[in-house]
Design a protein around this ligand. Structure first.
Ligand SMILES: C[S@@+](CC[C@H](N)C(=O)[O-])C[C@H]1O[C@@H](n2cnc3c(N)ncnc32)[C@H](O)[C@@H]1O
Length: 256
């Protein structure tokens, strides 16, 4: 996948911020001294952490140079580092590891989640939010259109680029041996958006990106047009003329 596009990702900032705030509200810590925002992106998830705990030492970590550049500009007082969360090691145990909308891209969570728990100080918290939308029309249609003869050869890899998530109960079972307490819940957001094109624009910086990146520009335009038409059918206008973009998300809060 080519690098992330911070400006495009930020365009649906309110819709993307709500789960950050909902996750943060469930973090049972008064004064964490050391906080790490894994997959911090352009700093949209880091900012509420800094606001809630201005005294804490906060580190943002991401693999994307473009996202990190935007984060450094947004929060000049915060330390940001380019690193892969799957192998990164902190210098000292961490009180809060926050991972919003990143772990869905990371393979082998059965191994990665216990590893992250092991990086926490005693009583520390791992707080995670992951989109659970691969079976929603928005994402099922990406795969359906990718399988059409015009695109199939080039898009087989894109359709497999994000692993599916197991059920909430499985995450509970993975975390329990490493945690004193585990909370798991699902929230399905229903974002009112202007129209189908807005849904396409919102996913174009995330789930749709591997498909568009894998095609030469004229074919990418065809794919996007086919996809937009299918999305318009799947998300008809509501009573006010807008569409409702269903967006299920899985949350985990585990205390060591
Ligand atoms: C959807 S964005 C979320 C950004 C931020 N947490 C937020 O809520 O605005 C996902 C971010 O995770 C980063 N990312 C993906 N895989 C990663 C990995 N293995 N290690 C660190 N960052 C990763 C991407 O570069 C991207 O910036």
């Amino acid at each position: 996948m080519t690098d992330w596009q911070p400006e495009l990702y930020a365009r649906y900032g309110d819709e993307r911020l709500q789960p950050v705030l909902d996750l943060l509200a469930r973090v049972p810590l008064d004064r964490p001294a050391r906080i790490v925002d894994l997959g911090c992106g352009a700093g949209a998830s880091t900012e509420p952490l800094v606001r809630r705990w201005p005294e804490a030492e906060v580190l943002g970590l991401d693999t994307s140079p473009a996202m990190l550049a935007a984060a450094r500009k947004k929060l000049p007082g915060v330390a940001f580092v380019e690193a892969d969360l799957a192998v990164w090691e902190p210098e000292a145990p961490v009180d809060l590891i926050f991972a919003n909308a990143v772990l869905q891209w990371v393979p082998d969570l059965e191994r990665v989640l216990p590893r992250l728990m092991g990086l926490l100080a005693s009583g520390g918290v791992l707080a995670v939010q992951m989109p659970r939308n691969l079976e929603e029309p928005s994402h099922a249609l990406m795969r359906r259109i990718a399988a059409e003869p015009a695109f199939a050869d080039r898009l087989a890899k894109a359709s497999a680029s994000r692993p599916g998530l197991p059920p909430a109960e499985t995450f509970y079972d993975w975390l329990c041996p490493h945690a004193a307490d585990v909370q798991v819940w699902l929230t399905t957001y229903h974002h009112p958006l202007a129209d189908a094109a807005a849904i396409v624009e919102m996913v174009s910086s995330t789930g749709l990106k591997p498909y568009l990146d894998a095609l030469p520009p004229p074919l990418a335009a065809d794919y996007r047009a086919r996809y937009t038409a299918a999305v318009a059918e799947a998300y008809p206008p509501r009573a006010d003329g807008r569409v409702l973009f269903r967006f299920p998300r899985l949350f985990l809060v585990a205390r060591r």
